[in-house]
Ligand binder design. Structure first.
Ligand SMILES: NC(=O)c1ccc[n+]([C@@H]2O[C@H](COP(=O)([O-])OP(=O)(O)OC[C@H]3O[C@@H](n4cnc5c(N)ncnc54)[C@H](OP(=O)(O)O)[C@@H]3O)[C@@H](O)[C@H]2O)c1
Length: 287
């Protein structure tokens, strides 16, 4: 199977490349092609032909405008990348006769359900980022019929800038931190998501699926777990109920992995993922 990763420069894209190259079935015979923005800009319609020329069996689109506040400031760019760009990649996959995995987000929900969201729940984004990602899901489905739409949440990966690195950096500078305890979601390790996606592509279980590490927690509990693993169990983190930012985030939007689990694709608990992130990140730092 030949896999093309679009958006390969991001934290998930890099994890996908690394985990795919670690699999003997894919590493053999140039089975993994990884393209960052410099090689494939999804907003360029020419990406369609470039994808077809790579002759993939599966295309995984991990490219997106992920700066949630930036999307509020520049909705045109958000929709150009997250909606039209997603469509362009889907057109390329269709032209190549390849299956497509399109990565989406918990931000397609408003967080008002009061329970975990599964794949059959009504979407209602409350931010430009969420609306642009939902438009991406819809437009991808209009131009290609062999598509896996994998919604995920709260990603952190080796070498990426994310909530984990932000908490560690802030705790290194300040005597204490304030972190919201009324935003609940699923912290998800990019390596675990990458493994799940690489398993998903063998299932033909097309359609929407939720892929997050099992279990949910608040941002405050996540920050506590990060600093505990970093050897700072006594570092003070105060729970607060408001964090000033431009974009609204769904307050309670844990995802339930239902559809993929029916096809045998499951992810480990988030605490387990976080512990392995610390181990692998330390290996990278040690050179
Ligand atoms: N991060 C999260 O917490 C989270 C949560 C839920 C869902 N997701 C979804 O998961 C996927 C991967 O996210 P991530 O965390 O890996 O984000 P990331 O680290 O920001 O990576 C996104 C990548 O997309 C690239 N990109 C942006 N515009 C592009 C364009 N026009 N053409 C080609 N590439 C472009 C970026 O390149 P530059 O670096 O050059 O901008 C970056 O390398 C995205 O679909 C995102 O919506 C993320």
């Amino acid at each position: 199977m030949r896999i093309l990763i679009v958006g390969a420069g991001g934290q998930l894209g890099r994890a996908l490349r690394r985990r795919a190259l670690g699999r003997a079935d894919l590493a053999r015979g140039h089975g993994v092609v990884a393209c960052g923005r410099g090689e494939m800009d999804v907003t360029d319609l020419g990406v369609r032909d470039a994808i077809a020329a790579a002759e993939p069996d599966v295309v995984i689109n991990a490219a997106a405008m992920t700066d949630v506040d930036g999307c509020e400031r520049d909705p045109d760019e958000a929709f150009r990348v997250n909606a039209l760009g997603a469509r362009n990649v889907a057109l390329g996959a269709a032209l190549a006769g390849a299956d497509l995995v399109h990565i989406s987000t918990d931000f397609v929900f408003d967080g008002g359900k009061g329970d975990a969201y599964w794949e059959f729940d009504r979407t209602a984004p409350i931010s430009v980022y969420g609306a642009s990602k939902l438009a991406g899901e819809e437009w991808v489905g209009r131009v290609h019929d062999r598509v896996y739409i994998a919604r995920t949440a709260w990603l952190y990966g080796i070498g990426g800038r994310n909530f984990v690195t932000r908490i560690l950096d802030l705790a290194a500078e300040r005597p204490s931190l304030e972190v919201v305890d009324n935003e609940v979601g699923n912290p998800t390790f990019c390596d675990d998501l990458a493994d799940a996606v690489l398993a998903l592509v063998h299932t033909r279980a097309y359609g929407i699926c939720h892929l997050v590490n099992e279990g949910a927690c608040s941002r405050h509990a996540f920050a506590r777990a990060i600093l505990d693993l970093a050897g700072r169990p006594d570092y003070p983190i105060h729970p607060v109920d408001h964090y000033p930012r431009l974009a609204r985030a769904p307050s309670y939007a844990p995802l339930r992995n239902f559809a993929a689990a029916q096809a045998g694709v499951r992810l480990p608990p988030w605490q387990d993922g976080l512990a392995r992130y610390f181990e692998r990140q330390a290996l990278v730092a040690d050179g």
